[in-house]
Write a protein of this length. Structure first.
Length: 388
C-alpha cells in the first residue's frame, strides 16, 4: 500500500517550528514523509524528525508569472516521480502551485490555509488574482483546513472552496508538554516587560507597538518593550532594520533578534503583545497562553480566537496605537495576582481548545479516508476487470 506523503511549505523553518509534531506523528503511523521547501538554516534539522527533505526553490514574495510557472513545473515533476498517497500544502505558493500539480496527476490534496496575510487585507488587482488562483487550486482538494472560522467563511462565501471539504482546525495546535508555565521564574523582576514575538513585518503591528511604547513611557517611564523575531529584508512588508536600530538606540525598544527557543523570553515577560492586522491563529500567542502569560492582541480574525477579553488578556483596536497604549497601561495597573489569574485562564483555554494532538488527529483521520477511498476504487477496478 502507498504510504508516501509529500508536505510542502515556503520555508524549512516553518516545518521545524510549527509542523514537527505532525511529521513525527505521520512517521510513527508508518507513513514515508518527504518535505519540500526552499533550503534554509533549518533544512538539515528536519532529518532528526525522520523525514526526507527535497529542496525546491521559490520566490516567496515575488509575482513573476514565469517564475511561478517554473515552480508549477517543479512540483509536477517531483510529484509525478514520487506519486504519493497525498500532498499536504501550507502557505500560499505551495497551496496554489503544488495543489494544481497534484490535481493534474490525480494525487489527493489536503490544504491548510494558515492565514491570509497582507494580500487579503488589501483590495487590489493582486488580491483578485490570488483569489482566482485559490479557486483553481482548491476546487478539487479532498480537505481544506482553516485556522479560524472567519477565514473559512470568507473562502466559502467567495466560492473559493467547496463547503463540504472546508473544516476549521484549532490553529497549528500547541505542544502542551513543551510549553508549560514556569513557576520558577516570576515576572516583574526588573521592571514591567512587554514582549512582541513575530517576524518584523508591518502587518504584525510593529510600528503601532513602538508608537504605543512612546505613549506608555510618558506615564510609566520604567516599562520595558521587547521585540523578538527576524527581519526579512526581501519582504516588501518588512520593517527596515534601520528603523529598529533607531528605536533601540533611543532606548525605546530592546531588539532581541531571533532565537530557536522562545520559552525563556516568554517566561521573563509580564505580558505578550501582538497588534497584528489579521492572523490565522498566531502560534506565538498559543505559546504565550500555554506558558500562562497574559496577552494583549488586536480584535481581529485569529487573535480573538485565542484572547477572551478581560479573561486571559485584553483586545485592542487594529492600527490604533492610542488604544493599544491604553490597554498596556490597563495591564500594568493590574495586580500581579490579577495577571497571574489571566495567565492561568489562558493556559486553561489552550489545554481545552488548542492541543496539538487534536490537529494531528484530524490529519490522520483525513488520510485514513483517502486510503479507504483508494482501496475501494482498487477493489471496484478488480471487480470490473473480473466481470469483463
Amino acid at each position: 500500500m502507498n504510504k508516501k506523503i509529500v508536505i510542502s511549505v515556503n520555508t524549512a523553518w516553518n516545518i521545524h517550528n510549527f509542523r514537527s509534531g505532525l511529521v513525527k506523528a505521520l512517521i510513527a503511523q508508518g507513513y514515508d514523509v518527504m518535505v519540500m521547501a526552499p533550503a534554509d538554516a533549518y533544512a538539515h534539522r528536519l532529518a532528526s524528525l525522520g523525514c526526507r527533505f527535497k529542496t525546491i526553490s521559490m520566490d516567496n514574495n515575488g509575482t513573476s508569472p514565469s517564475r511561478d510557472l517554473s515552480l508549477l513545473v517543479k512540483y509536477w515533476r517531483v510529484l509525478q516521480s514520487v506519486r504519493p498517497l497525498a500532498y499536504l500544502g501550507y502557505t500560499i505558493k505551495p497551496n496554489i502551485y503544488g495543489s494544481i500539480a497534484a490535481h493534474r496527476l490525480g494525487i489527493p490534496v489536503i490544504n491548510n490555509i494558515a492565514g491570509l496575510g497582507a494580500t487579503f487585507i488589501s483590495n487590489s488587482p493582486l488580491t483578485y488574482l490570488v483569489k482566482q488562483l485559490y479557486r483553481c487550486s482548491l476546487r478539487q482538494s479532498n480537505r481544506v483546513f482553516f485556522q479560524n472560522a472567519d477565514d473559512c467563511k470568507l473562502f466559502v462565501d467567495a466560492g473559493l472552496v467547496r463547503p463540504d471539504v472546508a473544516e476549521v482546525l484549532p490553529g497549528s495546535g500547541i505542544d502542551l508538554q513543551q510549553f508549560q508555565p514556569d513557576p520558577a521564574r516570576l515576572p516583574a523582576m526588573d521592571g514591567f516587560c512587554f514582549l512582541l514575538v513575530a517576524r518584523m513585518l508591518r502587518d504584525k503591528g510593529i510600528d503601532e507597538y513602538a508608537a504605543a511604547a512612546r505613549i506608555v513611557r510618558q506615564q510609566v517611564p520604567g516599562v520595558r518593550f521587547q521585540l523578538l523575531g527576524p527581519v526579512d529584508a526581501h519582504n516588501p512588508n518588512s520593517i527596515p532594520l534601520e528603523r529598529i536600530a533607531d528605536w533601540k538606540s533611543s532606548g525605546l525598544i530592546e531588539y532581541l533578534k531571533e532565537t530557536d527557543d522562545v520559552r525563556p523570553y516568554l517566561a521573563h515577560a509580564d505580558c505578550v503583545v501582538l497588534p497584528s492586522y489579521r492572523e490565522g491563529v498566531p502560534h506565538t500567542l498559543l505559546e504565550a497562553a500555554a506558558m500562562a502569560r497574559p496577552i494583549i492582541a488586536t480584535n481581529v480574525a485569529g487573535c480573538k480566537d485565542i484572547v477572551a477579553h478581560q479573561a486571559n488578556g485584553l483586545l485592542c483596536k487594529v492600527k490604533d496605537p492610542a488604544d493599544l497604549a491604553a490597554k498596556m497601561l490597563q495591564m500594568v495597573s493590574l495586580t500581579q495576582a490579577q495577571r497571574l489569574a489571566m495567565g492561568q485562564a489562558g493556559r486553561n483555554k489552550v489545554v481545552a481548545q488548542f492541543d496539538e494532538n487534536v490537529v494531528i488527529g484530524r490529519y490522520l483521520n483525513t488520510l485514513r479516508q483517502i486510503e479507504a477511498n483508494g482501496h475501494a476504487h482498487a477493489v471496484q477496478g478488480l471487480e470490473t476487470t473480473a466481470q469483463v
